[in-house]
Design a protein around this ligand. Structure first.
Ligand code: C2O
Ligand code: CU
Length: 549
């Protein structure tokens, strides 16, 4: 099969994605970075040069399972040492399944600085998608802050705690428009915020009347859950996280950080005008204005504003339609394999906030996750047992006594770096259990993402998971396979996956600040089957001095 080679120059540049000048991490001058396009079975080689001068980097290939190459998952602290400034690192892996995937920085909170892009893998010759369309388009949704990643990270780790707050704007494929009049006078310098700067114009999606578009929509927000809608046009969901799904028609698509969807849109409205495409925040009471794009009917001028007000998304606190979308997705018949009927092990993950030594942290079963200095993959492969806590974290919480609706004071949390060791090829069920945070009447939405695998989404429910009755309601017939899934406020989500990929894999909340605050766990499986590690992933912790490119 073919090899696709890329050379990436990663550096900071001044850009104005939403009209406000800010340092942005670019790949070959672009943010979002170049789209990787390949066919199933091909090999991708990315030679990345870190020109960030003072900052490390690592890139994760989100949704790519890395079968046989667990060391190229790009997860700093888990599968590799960081790529230090001035050096070049070579990622090499096979894209073994068609679909829409992502890549992004996986070092500290660096993703939110703009280092991300898409991976599109087409079907092998002779295979066909179960739907038709005329054109294929791609957008990535993000939220955008004017503060730097450093200010966020330091604030979150400070006493007193400094929350990152709501984003300044929403970007549609790297473009947004901040209202410059909202900046303080000191910043009213046209060089800092310039609303007439053409680089910060709205994103335009040009369509031809009568044609059908496959729009790949992904989210890599730092914080926000989003709704996406196109004025007067329905969307038919046909793909989720790389898998075909039974068609579901929606007016607005709910999308969480780390998810990818394909929707079909027919340009079937009055073609003499343009329409708004908007994205807005749900699940948080946010002050961030919606992100706007123009759905432009050719040959109207792409900059011509639609004659209407942009459609407002659904109410931020209306959870019912979001749960309905989660529940509506079914695997596409004829294109899926059902899950094994039984599990070998079940692990329940209670999602809470805890105070750990005076710091506000997110926790799983009251354990807040920290990364060790030596990446787990190397430590496990080489038996460096003193590099991380050898006691595994708990498989559950105090089911009988813990009140998930109660505002917690959770002073009892610990920060640890122990991991879950799974029997190779076993079937594992994960129950994500949401709860109240440390604020009254508040339970957040968390999008959980699993590296190295896809999981079947067996079901969602409200309240505390009932181990005897809820499994009877699982969908074992046609559940969707995904790699990212939300757990809704005060609810639970049940997943099943097979521990069949030798390596060490992170499972974490895809909200940048939540993971930074400890919301993650690590799974090991089949470590003895992992091949010889490349020395390019070494050089930190106990492997200091062992790096060679
Ligand atoms: Cu896209 Cu570990 O994340
Ligand atoms: Cu979270």
């Amino acid at each position: 099969a073919r090899i696709r080679r890329y050379r990436w120059d990663v550096k900071y540049e001044y850009k104005s994605p939403d009209c406000v000048k800010k340092l942005v991490i670019t790949i070959n001058g672009q943010s979002p970075g170049p789209t990787i396009r390949a066919q199933q079975g091909e090999t991708i080689i990315v030679e990345l040069t870190n020109n960030l001068l003072t900052e490390n980097v690592a890139i994760h290939w989100h949704g790519i399972r890395q079968k046989g190459t667990p060391w190229f998952d790009g997860t700093e602290g888990v599968t590799q040492c960081p790529i230090v400034p001035g050096t070049t690192f070579k990622y090499q892996f096979v894209v073994d399944r068609s679909g829409t995937y992502l890549y992004h920085a996986h070092y500290g909170m660096q993703r939110e600085a703009g280092l991300y892009g898409s991976i599109h893998v087409s079907l092998p010759d002779g295979e066909k998608e179960p739907f038709t369309y005329d054109y294929d388009r791609n957008i990535i949704l993000t939220d955008w802050y004017h503060k730097s990643t450093y200010e966020h990270a330091v604030g979150l780790d400070s006493i007193p705690f400094q929350w990152v707050g709501e984003p300044d704007s929403l970007l549609i494929h790297g473009k947004g428009r901040f209202n410059c009049s909202k900046l303080t006078t000191a910043s009213l310098d046209a060089g800092i915020c310039n609303a007439t700067n053409p680089v910060c114009s709205n994103y335009t999606l040009t369509v031809v009347s009568g044609k059908t578009y496959r729009l790949r929509i992904s989210s890599l927000t730092a914080l926000s859950a989003l709704s996406f809608q196109i004025e007067d046009h329905n969307m038919t969901i046909v793909e989720a996280d790389g898998f075909f799904v039974e068609p579901v028609v929606v007016q607005n698509l709910f999308i969480y950080s780390g998810e990818t969807y394909s929707v079909l849109i027919k340009a079937d409205q009055e073609p003499s005008r343009n329409y708004w495409a908007t994205t807005s925040i749900v699940s948080r009471d946010s002050s961030t204005p919606p992100g706007l794009a123009v759905f432009n009917y050719y040959p109207n001028h792409p900059r011509r504003s639609p004659p209407t007000d942009p459609p407002t998304g659904p109410a931020w606190d209306d959870v019912a339609p979001r749960k309905a979308q989660s529940n509506a997705l079914r695997a596409r018949h004829g294109f899926f394999h059902p899950p094994p009927p039984l599990h070998d092990r079940m692990i329940v993950f209670l999602n809470t906030q805890n105070l750990v030594k005076g710091r506000t942290r997110w926790s799983v079963n009251n354990v807040s996750f920290t990364l060790p200095d030596t990446p787990y993959l190397i430590a496990l492969k080489e038996n460096l047992t003193d590099t991380f806590d050898q006691t595994p974290p708990p498989d559950g919480y105090d089911f009988l006594n813990y009140d998930i609706y109660k505002q917690q004071d959770n002073q009892n949390g610990t920060s640890r770096n122990g991991i879950y060791r799974l029997d190779f090829n076993s079937t594992v069920d994960i129950i994500l259990q949401n709860a109240n945070s440390m604020q009254r009447n508040k339970s957040e939405t968390h999008p959980w993402h699993l590296h190295g695998h896809d999981f079947w989404v067996l079901g969602y429910g409200d309240g505390k998971f009932d181990m005897y009755n809820d499994p009877k309601k699982y969908n074992l017939v046609d559940p969707v396979l995904k790699n990212t899934v939300p757990v809704h406020p005060y609810g639970w989500t049940a997943l099943r996956f097979q521990a069949d990929n030798p390596g060490v894999w992170l499972f974490h909340c895809h909200i940048e600040s939540h993971f930074f605050m400890g919301m993650g766990v690590v799974f090991e499986e089949g470590i003895e089957q992992v091949g010889k590690l490349p020395s390019s992933i070494m050089g930190c912790g106990e492997t200091l001095g062992r790096h060679s490119p």
